[in-house]
Design a protein around this ligand. Structure first.
Ligand code: SF4
Length: 252
């Protein structure tokens, strides 16, 4: 299980070098949900580790959210063992928290907050210094557009984030790959993914933004490339000042 097609290898290494994601001696844990993206992240990083001149260790951590239907723990364990990476399975009661707050807060926001907290806490307590999130290019583009449309700010997913509370560095080495690239690799490599056990549907804002980008890309070929280019901080920014003259004088 160490064959990684060349274009994938090149794009992941490009991300690692350009954004200094991995350093010698890193103890890296991949957040493994069982979905195609995180299964591919484990596979790809394990293949890369075998031939890497930068020595680093690799593990996988699965946070079980505690839904009625549970993940196939044995299958995930076997997958990791075939890759020769250690596997941690953390059962939680996050599903109960989601249910209790369902009327006031979005299930996905609650889920994401508690799942990340559990993952970072476990990683930090067990000596890992980096955690991998398997976000890809489409996730970054959707986040970029969602931030503008639904939060009124310009920003996308960072390649690397230092978390001051736990000391963990979150890295996203798959962001030069599109979602389609990953789906293709998962089929080609025959990786078995886990069925979705969550009874909630995905965040509506993200699903709507994904659909919007897909429709626009169908109509205009350059939309995808333009969005990717717009996410670079060296792009010419022609933005308004922080506030208008009237607002500035009334607030002083
Ligand atoms: S769809 Fe389910 S698993 Fe995914 S973020 Fe939302 S609540 Fe969590």
């Amino acid at each position: 299980m160490d064959y990684l097609p060349k274009p994938y290898h090149t794009k992941i290494w490009r991300a690692i070098y350009e954004h200094e994601l991995i350093e010698a001696g890193d103890r890296i844990a991949v957040g493994l949900s069982g979905g195609k993206d995180s299964m591919f992240a484990c596979y790809a990083l394990s293949a890369i580790r075998r031939y890497s001149k930068i020595p680093f260790s690799l593990s996988a951590i699965t946070i079980d959210l505690g839904f009625e239907q549970s993940l196939d723990r044995d299958a995930l364990e076997q997958f990791c063992s075939a890759l020769e990476i250690s596997f941690h399975y953390i059962p939680t009661r996050i599903a109960d928290i989601i249910r209790a707050r369902e009327q006031q807060e979005s299930p996905c926001a609650v889920c994401s907050y508690f799942r990340r907290a559990a993952l970072h806490r476990f990683a930090s307590a067990h000596g890992y210094n980096k955690v991998v999130f398997a976000h890809h290019q489409d996730d970054a583009m959707e986040t970029f557009l969602m931030n503008i449309l639904f939060s009124g700010r310009v920003g996308t997913l960072p390649w690397k984030t230092h978390l001051t509370k736990t000391g963990i560095v979150v890295i996203r080495p798959l962001m030069y790959l599109s979602e389609r690239d990953i789906a293709k690799a998962v089929r080609r490599l025959g990786l078995r993914t886990e069925p979705n056990v969550c009874p909630y549907s995905c965040e509506t804002h993200r699903a709507r933004t994904k659909e919007l980008i897909r429709d626009l890309c169908r109509e205009h070929k350059q939309v995808r490339a333009n969005l990717i280019s717009a996410m670079r901080s060296d792009r010419l920014m022609e933005l308004w000042p922080a506030s208008g003259r009237l607002n500035r004088s009334s607030s002083s």
